[in-house]
Ligand binder design. Structure first.
Ligand code: CMP
Length: 134
């Protein structure tokens, strides 16, 4: 079965609403293989979001993602990469379809509740960065 990576972002953990997202994922029949609450250090955050290094928002993105604890989940399901992106919705919550996680919980482009891998290759890279000790 395909595996992918989902991350619950700092504002959701601070608001103690991570349980709602985990419940939503389970009700949509994903298996959770690994789950880890942690804080990014700068080096790991820059590596994780390396694809955005040249973007004007990169500095803000790194400051934000290192501002508090996040929860990384390794998920499994047939077609997991596409399936989780369907559930997550558009990057900008203002453009996310009703019923998606970002529609329900996202507040802004930066505080958009979750991150999901966009391909099997990204999932492999992101899982290796987050579950480095395991
Ligand atoms: P995510 O899926 O975590 O991947 C990169 C993140 O950068 C994205 O979600 C947004 O939260 C953020 N992002 C993308 N575009 C912009 C932008 N134009 N301004 C600020 N943040 C952005």
């Amino acid at each position: 079965m395909e595996k992918t990576f989902l991350m619950i972002k700092p504002e959701m953990v601070k608001a103690k609403r991570q349980g709602e997202i985990i419940d939503f994922i389970l009700r949509n029949r994903f298996n959770i293989l690994r789950m880890k609450q942690f804080s990014f250090d700068l080096e790991r955050a820059r590596d994780f979001y390396g694809i955005h290094a040249e973007k004007p928002f990169f500095g803000d993105l790194i400051e934000y993602i290192t501002s508090g604890e996040v929860i990384g989940l390794e998920l499994e399901k047939d077609g997991a990469v596409g399936a989780v992106r369907e559930l997550v919705g558009a990057t900008d919550p203002a453009e996310a379809r009703p019923g998606t996680i970002r529609y329900m919980y996202g507040a802004s482009l930066q505080t958009n509740a979750v991150h999901a891998s966009d391909s099997p290759e990204s999932a492999e890279k992101e899982l290796a960065i987050v579950f480095f000790e395991d």
